[in-house]
Design a protein. Structure first.
Length: 524
C-alpha cells in the first residue's frame, strides 16, 4: 500500500488528472466510502492505489461513455465538468432552492462578449437588454447584471418574481443586517413548547450512540460500496429498533408532533412546534417597513421552512409522505430525525443570505433590471417596464431588446407553483397554476404537447415585438419529443444552430447520462 495524507493525495490527484483536486475533494471520497480510510487517532490516510482505481473508472472514460449513449454530437465544452459546486452556485444563485434552473456558466457562455478557446461568436455586449420570458429564480437576470447588461424577466409565479427581485435589488446592508439580527434574536428567544429542547437533546444523544455503533462512518459506507452489507434489510431492522427509543422519548416529554388539522400545506408538512415558530417569525417580518428588507427576510424564512418540512432528506425535492418519526436516511446512511424547530436553519440561512447578497453587490456592474409578474404570452413589456423601472424603460424605448436567453418549462416535468406550495400558503400569494405552460399535472400526451407548442410559440410571438431586428434567441430545452422545429415555425423564426450539452450534476437519484439542447433561433 502507498499510504499518504489527504494533502499529499490532493497534490497527487491534481497531477494525475491535470486539474485541481482539493483536499476537500479527497475528504469527500473518504467520507462517502468511495475510497477506504486508513490511519488512527484523527490522522486520515488514503491508499494511492485506491485513488488510482477510482479515477481510472472515471478519468477520460466519462466523455467516451456519454457520447456512446447520447451521440457524438455532444458538446463536451458545455459540460463545465471542471467546475466545483461552489462555482455553479456562486453568490446569489444559491439564495433559494429552485427546480429546473440552469447553471450560471451556461448563460455566461452565450451572452458574454469575451471569446475563449471554444467559441468566437459574441451575441450580446455591455449595455444590451437581455430578456428572459421564463425567468424562474432569475439566473439569466443575475448573470446579465454581473456582465453590465440590462435585464427584463417575466414569470407567472409571484413567488419566483420575489426571489429574483431579492437577488437583484441593491441594499443598505447596515439596515438589512439590523433587521436580520433583530428577528434572528427574537426567534432564538421564542419558545412555544419548553419541552422541545430537552426532548431533542436526549434524542440527539441516543441517536449519536446508536449511529456510532451500527452506522459508523466511513466504514459503514465503505462496506455498502463493497456489497458486504445488504443495506435495505439492515436499514429496516435498525430503523425499527431505534423507533422504540424514539417513541419512549416522545411519551416521556409529552411532545405533540402532529397538528390538530391537515387542511393546508403548512398544517400537513410541519410538526406543531415548527408551525408555531414559522407563524411567529412571519409576524415579525410583516412589521418591517423597508420593502426590500422585508422581501429579503421573507426569502430567508421561505428557504428555512423548505428545509424544515416533515420529510426525509432523500425526499426534499419531491415530497412523498410526512415523516414525524426517526427513519433510516438513504442520503446520510444512518438514522435521522425530523426537525422540531426552525432556529438552526433560520440562523444559518440568515448569515448565508447576507454574505451572498454582499458578494454579488461587489461583482455586479452598473445596469438596470425589472421583473414582471405576468404571462409572457400577453404582457406588454414596454408599458409594464415603465411602471416598475423608468430608467430601464427609457433605454428600452431607444434600443429595444437585443435578444432572449431562457429555459422554457420542459413539457410535463415540473409543477412550478406546487414546488413552492409552502411559500404560497404562508405568504398568501395568488397561485396561477392554470397559466403554466407544460406543467407536470397535464402530462406528456399528445394534447399536452400540442398545448405546449402553442404556448411557447405564443410567448415568442409576443416577445419578438420588443426585440431588435437582428435578434438572437437561445432556448435551453430537453426536446425529447422534437417539438422545437414546429415551435420555431409557428414563431416565424428558424433554428440556425443547436448545441447539445451533457448535464453532469443532477439532484435526482437517477444518475443516467442526460443531455439538453440549446436552440439558437433567429428571424426567418
Amino acid at each position: 500500500m502507498s499510504l499518504v495524507t489527504i494533502q499529499d493525495a490532493s497534490r497527487w490527484a491534481t497531477d494525475y488528472l491535470d486539474k485541481e483536486v482539493s483536499p476537500t475533494n479527497i475528504s469527500y471520497l473518504v467520507q462517502y466510502g468511495k475510497v477506504k480510510k486508513h490511519g488512527e487517532n484523527g490522522s486520515t490516510l488514503v491508499d494511492l492505489n485506491d485513488l488510482k482505481k477510482y479515477y481510472a473508472s472515471w478519468r477520460g472514460q466519462r466523455e467516451v461513455d456519454w457520447k456512446k449513449k447520447l451521440g457524438d454530437d455532444l458538446n463536451w465544452a458545455l459540460s463545465f465538468d471542471h467546475l466545483r459546486e461552489k462555482d455553479t452556485t456562486k453568490h446569489v444563485h444559491r439564495l433559494h432552492p429552485y427546480k429546473g434552473k440552469f447553471i450560471p456558466q451556461l448563460v455566461q457562455y452565450f451572452i458574454d462578449d469575451h471569446t475563449d478557446d471554444f467559441k468566437t461568436d459574441a451575441y450580446f455586449k455591455k449595455g444590451d437588454i437581455v430578456l428572459d420570458p421564463f425567468s424562474g429564480s432569475g439566473t439569466t437576470l443575475v448573470q446579465a447584471s454581473e456582465m453590465g447588461m440590462h435585464a427584463i424577466g417575466i414569470d407567472v409565479s409571484h413567488f419566483n418574481c420575489m426571489i429574483s427581485d431579492v437577488k437583484l435589488h441593491t441594499y443598505d446592508f447596515s439596515s438589512l443586517k439590523r433587521e436580520i439580527d433583530r428577528i434572528r434574536n427574537a426567534i432564538v428567544s421564542y419558545e412555544h413548547d419548553n419541552k422541545i429542547v430537552a426532548f431533542e437533546n436526549e434524542l440527539m444523544s441516543e441517536l449519536y450512540k446508536f449511529n456510532n455503533e451500527y452506522f459508523p462512518s466511513p466504514s459503514f459506507r465503505y462496506q455498502i460500496q463493497q456489497r458486504k452489507i445488504d443495506e435495505s434489510k439492515y436499514a429496516e431492522e435498525k430503523e425499527k429498533e431505534f423507533l422504540k427509543t424514539y417513541n419512549r422519548l416522545v411519551k416521556k416529554y409529552g411532545v405533540e408532533l402532529k397538528q390538530a388539522k391537515a387542511d393546508s400545506f403548512l398544517d400537513k408538512w410541519y410538526c406543531q412546534n415548527v408551525r408555531k415558530e414559522i407563524d411567529f417569525a412571519f409576524g415579525l417580518i410583516k412589521e418591517i417597513k423597508d420593502a426590500r428588507n422585508k422581501k429579503a427576510l421573507a426569502v430567508i424564512l421561505s428557504r428555512t421552512i423548505r428545509s424544515c418540512r416533515a420529510t426525509t432528506h432523500s425526499d426534499l425535492a419531491t415530497l412523498k409522505e410526512p415523516q414525524l418519526t426517526t427513519y433510516y436516511c438513504w442520503k446520510h446512511k444512518k438514522i435521522c430525525k425530523p426537525l422540531y424547530s426552525i432556529k438552526y436553519w433560520f440562523d444559518r440561512y440568515a448569515s448565508d443570505t447576507l454574505e451572498r447578497l454582499q458578494e454579488f453587490d461587489r461583482l455586479r456592474a452598473p445596469s438596470h433590471f425589472t421583473v414582471l409578474p405576468a404571462d409572457s404570452r400577453t404582457v406588454n413589456i414596454v408599458s409594464e417596464t415603465k411602471k416598475r423601472n423608468k430608467a430601464l424603460h427609457e433605454i428600452l424605448e431607444k434600443q429595444k431588446i437585443r435578444g432572449i436567453f431562457t429555459s422554457p418549462p420542459y413539457v410535463g416535468q415540473i409543477d412550478y407553483h406546487e414546488q413552492h406550495a409552502y411559500a404560497y400558503d404562508l405568504f398568501g400569494f395568488e397561485r396561477k397554476d392554470d397559466l403554466e405552460i407544460g406543467p407536470l399535472y397535464k402530462g406528456q400526451g399528445l394534447e399536452a404537447r400540442r398545448s405546449y407548442v402553442e404556448g411557447i410559440a405564443n410567448v415568442l410571438n409576443n416577445c419578438k415585438k420588443y426585440l431588435q431586428n437582428d435578434y438572437d434567441v437561445f432556448l435551453v430545452a430537453n426536446d425529447k419529443f422534437n417539438l422545437y422545429p414546429e415551435i420555431a415555425e409557428k414563431s416565424g423564426m428558424k433554428i440556425v444552430n443547436q448545441f447539445k450539452r451533457p448535464v453532469l450534476n443532477r439532484t435526482e437519484r437517477d444518475r443516467n447520462p442526460y443531455s439538453e439542447i440549446i436552440f439558437h433561433f433567429k428571424s426567418t
